[in-house]
Design a protein. Structure first.
Length: 266
């Protein structure tokens, strides 16, 4: 693993930060390309991305802190800012980004659903790249396994602290590959959306499904307070149900609008 790529004096270049930056740059490039096609303005994407980056990181960190060990972080507040050690929960990032998108769309007077469709492929490829960063620091690790592709993480990594020298499921790579698969699917279908919001809701459903699966093998899962329920799986089920309900509502609204615009309808 390579948590630190190199040091130059007091400057340290950490692999996790590099992967987060790479995810942001790639995601921004694709979102700007989609914005041109959908006619919502590249400048809107650039401006939104700056807000979303901050809100996403803050949301991801707060979510992790709340569900991981809130009392410990309150006792050691300096650790709150040590994100290079890992500890960013993607569901918190999604929530932070979603709230920011709602605010930004209203402020700029653009369609929230069109904006979210524009961003959907960028979100999932960004998550895939981010998982490479998790792998490099030994975070988001799996449970012990005897499978031939099990990974022994080196000393000093979060995975090593948890399980020592046991081979672990490379859950970071599982999710990376599945995220890339979702990206390829969404990119192929991005021009075939039945209505604004379809692609974004499809992203939420597909990602929640693969995350539910990957959580089966995760060794560092967050849990609902005082239970054995994994937070990501519970949240994932809720997201799938809510997304399907919204899909039904948007589809019905489009059918009603299409019917109302048909001059042959009496």
């Amino acid at each position: 693993m390579y948590p630190v790529l190199f040091k130059l004096g007091h400057f340290t270049l950490r692999s996790y930060g590099v992967m987060i930056a790479t995810a942001f740059i790639v995601g921004l490039y694709l979102a700007r390309k989609e914005a041109r096609r959908k006619g919502i303005g590249e400048e809107n994407i650039v401006n939104f991305s700056l807000y979303a980056l901050i809100a996403g990181i803050v949301g991801a960190r707060l979510y992790y802190i709340i569900f991981y060990d809130l009392s410990n972080y309150l006792s050691h507040p300096a650790e709150i800012f040590s994100i290079w050690k890992g500890g960013l929960a993607i569901h918190g990032g999604i929530i932070g980004g979603l709230l920011t998108a709602i605010w930004f769309a209203k402020r700029q007077k653009i369609s929230f659903w069109k904006l979210s469709d524009t961003l959907a492929p960028s979100l999932i490829i960004g998550q895939a790249i981010g998982r490479i960063g998790c792998f490099l620091i030994g975070g988001a690790y799996g449970t012990p396994t005897q499978l031939p592709w099990g990974i022994v993480f080196p000393k000093g990594t979060p995975a090593s602290f948890a399980y020592g020298s046991q081979p672990l499921h490379p859950t970071e790579l599982y999710e990376m590959l599945l995220d890339f698969s979702i990206f390829l699917f969404l990119w192929k279908w991005r021009k075939k959306g039945k209505y604004d919001g379809y692609l974004f809701l499809l992203y939420l459903i597909l990602y929640s499904g693969i995350r539910f699966f990957v959580e089966i093998f995760r060794g560092d899962s967050l849990y609902i307070w005082g239970t054995s329920l994994k937070t990501a799986q519970v949240i994932g089920i809720l997201i799938i149900v809510i997304s399907l309900l919204i899909m039904r509502f948007l589809s019905s609204s489009k059918r009603r609008n299409d019917k109302g615009q048909n001059p042959n309808d009496k």
